[in-house]
Design a protein around this ligand. Structure first.
Ligand code: PEP
Ligand code: CO
Length: 480
């Protein structure tokens, strides 16, 4: 596992790239030129954040290889997620989207995948139990490798080297050789995604996610904590409810939903060549689907309505999402909704707001009103992570649990003021006992950041902080 102390000038994925022209005001004429959408028509448009691949031929070979490999997910599964998200858009369900900031080629074991799934399942139990609403579970997993950067290069020890763009592009070691974009990584990322997905399918459909296993998801280092004990109480009540149903003569074995969960995958659709190569025509409907994941999103740096990323996602039938930061204007956002959700289809588009705790109260309501007026039935979700990152005195990128919670509270308040359903949360977390984010019930302090700081990119909540957060979100949801 690699991690390095980050100097204050470290290239973060929070700050906006400086550009000579405003990317949100690009003319629409070029987009019209490619109004006949194909998986490759994005190539005629300006594409932000693409790596400068040094070897064109090697890139072509990698993309050709990818386009011949089997799909990772099926169109029917993507449609099932869209329907589940339509339930969220209607205020009948809640979305929990969570996982790593960036998956790593080094931290790739059955245990780390299982432990991430455990904490997501625990959070879902807490939210479902606490609110009585179904929770749609989506991982930032099995494909979340590529990272947008605020600058294409950085200076390390006086040498300018390309920025780290995620293991799908280059290595994080701070040397010019390691940072050279390598197209064979695209194929490696595909294979890692396939293995991850295989394990997730086995875990979620093969007995591990059975509701009778609810105690087992509480990891040892979590169960002794206050939030772990709170979780145990719920788990005990679920046990009692199951025993009660069995005693009433209900055949629990026949109830599939007690033994399996639907778990979906998602990632930022950043490296468009990769996404194009995995986009396939659905034999059932004839529509195009990006089979690299169930849900794809455009990030804060690539959400230009006339840019290549939005154009690419406009043509696939998957449910899609967009990150929305504090610089977004109502006009920009409505233009983006028009591109991504022309049919005003419930479940098609999720807007993931990441304003920062101090800005959400002011920035979000005008955006929500504009989208409401435009008639797009979007899911509103809150990413309380990316607007609240700062660098500690010791040089670590971090976030404070209290800021994360404050942004979620502000999001709920904004939704209440506009009459929108606070549809979900989008969290960067891990099942491990890392010390990357400050605060929480058993407080992580600045000095603790040195203990277990292993993220490949942004700081993640550990399993206890994540569970604690789920209880707080359930309380906010109950408070209506
Ligand atoms: C991310 O989700 O890791 C990310 C880079 O987010 P954003 O595009 O919102 O900055
Ligand atoms: Co991140």
């Amino acid at each position: 596992m690699r991690s390095a102390i980050l100097p204050k000038r470290y290239v973060t994925c929070e700050r906006r790239t400086s550009r000579t022209t405003c990317p949100f005001s690009l003319s629409l004429t070029r987009l019209n030129a490619v109004s006949d959408w194909t998986p490759g028509s994005w190539r005629a448009l300006p594409a932000e954040q693409q790596p400068a691949w040094p070897d064109e031929h090697a890139l072509e070979l990698a993309l050709k290889r990818l386009s011949s490999l089997p799909p990772l997910v099926f169109a029917g599964e993507a449609r099932a997620l869209r329907e589940a998200l339509a339930g969220v858009a209607a205020g009948k369900a809640f979305l929990l989207q969570a996982g790593d900031c960036a998956e790593s080629f080094y931290d790739f074991t059955a245990d780390s995948i299982r432990d991430k799934l455990k904490v997501i399942l625990q959070m879902a139990v807490v939210l479902t139990y606490g609110t009585g609403k179904p929770v749609v579970k989506v991982g930032r997993i099995a494909g979340q490798f590529a990272k947008p950067r605020s600058a294409p290069s950085e200076v390390v020890d006086g040498v300018e080297i390309p920025a780290f763009r995620g293991h799908i592009v280059n290595d994080d070691a701070p040397t010019p050789e390691a940072r050279r974009p390598d197209p064979s990584r695209l194929v490696a990322a595909y294979h890692q995604s396939a293995s991850t997905l295989n394990l997730l399918r086995a875990f979620t459909k093969g007995g591990f996610a059975d509701l009778s296993q609810v105690h087992m998801w509480n990891q040892q280092f979590v169960s002794s904590s206050r939030e772990g004990q709170r979780y145990e109480t719920i788990a005990g009540e679920i046990d009692r409810a199951l025993r009660f149903m069995a005693a009433c003569g209900i055949d629990l074995l026949a109830e599939e939903s007690l033994h399996q969960v639907d778990f979906y995958t998602s990632h930022e659709a950043l490296i468009l060549g990769y996404e194009e190569a995995l986009t396939r025509k659905d034999s059932l409907t004839g529509g195009w689907y990006d089979t690299s994941a169930h849900l794809l999103w455009v990030g804060e740096r690539t959400r230009q309505s006339s840019g290549a990323h939005a154009h690419f996602l406009s043509g696939v039938g998957n449910p899609v999402a967009a990150k929305v930061g504090p610089a977004a204007t109502p006009e920009e956002l409505v233009a983006l909704c028009r591109v991504l959700d022309p049919g005003r289809q419930p479940g098609r588009l999720t807007l993931i707001c990441r304003m920062g705790a101090g800005k959400v109260g002011e920035m979000l309501p005008p955006l929500q009103r504009a989208v409401q007026d435009s008639g797009h039935p979007v899911v509103w979700a809150c990413d309380p992570m990316h607007g609240n990152t700062f660098v500690s005195d010791g040089g670590r990128k971090t976030r404070h649990f209290d800021d994360v919670l404050a942004e979620i509270s502000g999001f709920f308040a904004a939704c209440r003021s506009t009459g929108s359903w606070p549809g979900g949360v989008h969290i960067e977390l891990t099942g491990d006992s890392v010390t990357e984010c400050l605060g929480g019930a058993e407080e992580v302090l600045e000095d603790d950041l040195e203990l277990r700081y292993t993220t490949t990119c942004d700081p993640r909540l550990n399993a206890r902080q994540s569970l604690d957060l789920a209880f707080r979100v359930a309380e906010l949801l109950r408070a209506g």
